[in-house]
Design a protein around this ligand. Structure first.
Ligand code: UD1
Length: 311
């Protein structure tokens, strides 16, 4: 069994990744500064004798390197980040600090203390407004936000460190992740988290546009499993991979599932399309299957059903 250090452990993807590592009998050290993560997400993990938590800011000089030197993990899963594309537009400086500089600090902590493997939360945002589908790892990278550029820059920083210092680096390009514990607080939160909250509260939802736009929605349970594989599976070498399902789901399909579960909900309202909205996003999943043995297993239908019945 491995000892895995998870940054951003109290976040949406982080807390599910921690839960899955513990379920697979790994030892986990979790870090979070609670900027966007929530302690409640770790309720189950905190009860485990195999989990240790440290409130720590990965971007604070020296903090992570000192901890890594003390706990000596086999692998690091780096999920701590400024997670909002919108916030990266209004505060590019903070995006640089939390999404680029912090990644460099993680790479350095791994180098200084001979950590063998590093898994990074990259994003489909590095591809920008792609026009050829499905999006492959070789598709041209044209980020259209400071968030997307930071994720792309971070991949380069980590892969360079990996090649130079003998560290295995896996960059996980998540597509549209959904599931329990995703924060619906902002209008720019993931659409499924927003719809889930509104249906629960008995309110109607607004679709920006006709609803024919599609996304490659992937369950957070699949994403957590992909992270565990990348950090602990034997015979994995450095590289990048889309973490996606390879299936396109329209917003009308998503709303159709909610409407089945909430038959008394008000009718959907259609608003004007969001400025800069992309029409389609769809990833090619084959590379993750070859590199990590990962295939998404949770359908949108099943994942939405679980979300609706959670909490
Ligand atoms: C992602 C980012 C978003 C960013 C955008 C541009 C996330 C969760 N979102 O959006 O912050 O601005 O890339 O690169 O990372 N929608 C509705 N009604 C709602 C909310 C959303 O119809 O109440 C629509 C959106 O217009 C969009 C679709 O749902 O067409 C999906 O939206 P979202 O979940 O924000 O994902 P992305 O569009 O991929």
């Amino acid at each position: 069994m491995a000892h895995v250090l998870v940054t951003g452990a109290a976040g949406f993807i982080g807390s599910h990744t921690v839960d899955r590592l513990l379920a697979a009998d790994h030892t986990v050290t979790g870090l979070d500064n609670f900027r966007t993560g929530r302690r409640a997400n770790l309720a189950a993990a905190l009860a485990s004798p195999h989990f240790a938590f440290h409130e720590l800011d990965v971007a604070a000089p020296g903090a992570l390197a000192t901890l890594v030197g003390t706990v000596r993990p086999d692998a690091i899963i780096h999920l701590a980040a400024l997670v909002s594309v919108q916030e990266s537009m209004t505060n590019p400086d903070l995006n640089y600090s939390l999404n680029i500089h912090a990644t460099h600090l993680v790479a350095e902590a791994a180098r200084l203390h001979a950590v063998r493997r590093l898994v990074f939360a990259s994003s489909a945002a590095i591809y920008g407004d792609a026009t050829d589908f499905p999006i492959r790892e070789s598709t041209e990278k044209k980020p259209i936000s400071p968030y997307g550029s930071a994720k792309l820059a971070s991949e380069a920083i980590l892969l360079g460190h990996g090649a130079a210092f003998g560290l295995t680096v896996r960059c996980q390009r998540y597509f549209n992740v959904f599931g329990p514990r995703q924060d619906p607080a902002s209008p720019y939160s993931g659409v499924i988290s927003i719809f889930d909250r509104r249906y629960r509260e008995g309110q109607g939802v607004t679709i920006y546009g006709e609803g024919q736009q599609t996304r490659d929605f992937i369950s957070v349970h699949d994403v957590a499993r992909a992270n565990v594989l990348a950090a602990t599976a034997p015979g994995v070498s450095s590289g990048v991979a889309n973490i996606c399902t390879g299936r396109a789901t329209s917003l009308l399909d998503v709303v159709g599932v909610f409407a089945r579960h909430f038959p008394a909900a008000p009718a959907v309202i259609h608003g004007t399309p969001r400025t800069g909205d992309i029409i389609h996003s769809l990833g090619a999943p084959e590379h993750a299957a070859a590199a990590l043995g990962f295939r998404a297993e949770v359908s949108v239908d099943t994942g939405l059903g679980e979300l609706i019945h959670a909490g």
